[in-house]
Design a protein around this ligand. Structure first.
Ligand code: DAT
Ligand code: MG
Length: 149
């Protein structure tokens, strides 16, 4: 069973999209393993987006991501890393397919509502930036026999 890191960005929180976004992951069948609302620090943001340090959009990205609270989540389930990326849609909301989160809720690449880890390795690294081990809940749900063959 895979685990991924998903984060509703400050614009998603401000625009009251938290419930709708969580609903998509829940109703798809993924299991919430942890969640919190937090204002991330500059240090966390730099660690999270370290691959983008030095790029022209980095200062704007940093300012945006620390500009208000985010909802940090850990979701578990079959192929959840790739599935979450598909559910989010392409990075630029104008290129994201209708029906995806960015496709339905966004307009601008610098206000694209949601983050999702791009690999199992990134997910592990990002989860460790925002959660400690005791905050990750391991449990089973009885309906899982109706989700998985
Ligand atoms: P993703 O969030 O789809 O993994 P990414 O890792 O390439 O995309 O970039 C991280 C974030 O940085 C992205 O969600 C929005 C911002 N970003 C990326 N490329 C950008 C660009 N060309 N102009 C402005 N912001 C950009
Ligand atoms: Mg990325």
């Amino acid at each position: 069973m895979e685990r991924t890191y998903v984060m509703i960005k400050p614009d998603g929180v401000q625009r009251n999209l938290v419930g709708q976004i969580i609903n998509k992951f829940e109703s798809k069948g993924y299991r919430l393993a942890s969640m919190k609302l937090l204002r991330i620090t500059e240090e966390q943001a730099k660690e999270h987006y370290k691959e983008h340090i030095g790029k022209p959009f980095f200062p704007g990205l940093l300012e945006y991501i620390i500009s208000g609270p985010v909802v940090a989540m850990v979701w578990e389930g079959k192929d959840v890393v790739a599935a979450a990326r598909q559910m989010m849609g392409k990075t630029n909301p104008l290129e994201a397919a209708p029906g995806t989160i960015r496709g339905d809720f966004g307009l601008d690449i610098g206000r694209n509502v949601i983050h999702g880890a791009d690999s199992v390795k990134s997910a592990e690294r990002e989860i460790a930036i925002y959660f400690n081990k005791q905050e990750i809940c391991s449990y089973e749900k009885t309906l899982e026999s109706w989700l998985y063959e």
